[in-house]
Ligand binder design. Structure first.
Ligand code: RTP
Ligand code: MG
Length: 154
């Protein structure tokens, strides 16, 4: 109990609109639970341009940003807080590389290989550091920025 190395960690996972529309939610949750994560909380949310922009603000100067915002607001997303030892890097490993086409070659058992299309439509998100996990969890579950529509809380 005093060993800090066994402390559990939390990360933010998201099934993006293509994953929700493609009916991958149940399959992805199955993989999550089989991989030893606990799902602490989950909800369905519709992002608008404002909150999608804030969520991905680190990419706001990139040329793919307008397309990213359009994609992320094209339908509901499924938000989960996952917990396990090493949750942040283990979830990133489980989703695979950003480009789903590359994922199918180099990480064929990854989630993006299963349900992603290309470098933009890659069906899932994962926090990439303890700092972004804390920011993203409070983005959705702390003070909700104005305009987030919570479809249902499960
Ligand atoms: P994420 O933040 O969604 O978990 O994805 P990631 O870390 O693997 O990739 P990141 O570099 O943070 O990019 C964020 C999302 O932007 C879209 N993207 N499109 N068209 C493009 O070249 C391009 N590059 C990135 C993807 O949806 C990516 O997940
Ligand atoms: Mg990222």
């Amino acid at each position: 109990p005093c060993d800090a190395s066994v402390e559990k960690e939390r990360t933010l996972a998201m099934i993006k609109p293509d994953g929700v529309f493609g009916n991958y939610t149940d399959k992805i949750k199955e993989v999550i639970l089989e991989s030893g994560f606990s799902i602490i909380t989950e909800m369905v949310v519709q992002l608008d341009e404002g909150n999608a922009t804030v969520f991905y603000v680190e990419h706001s100067h990139r040329d793919f940003f307008p397309g990213l915002v359009k994609y992320m607001t094209s339908g509901p997303v499924y938000i989960m807080v996952l917990e396990k030892v090493n949750a942040i890097s283990d979830w990133r490993a489980l989703i695979g590389p950003t480009d789903a086409r590359k994922a199918r070659i180099s990480h064929p058992s990854s989630i993006r290989a299963m349900c992603g299309l290309d470098s933009e439509m890659n069906c899932v998100h994962g926090s990439d550091s303890p700092q972004s996990a804390a920011r993203e969890i409070s983005f959705f579950f702390g003070e909700m920025p104005g305009g987030i529509v919570r479809h249902e809380e499960l």
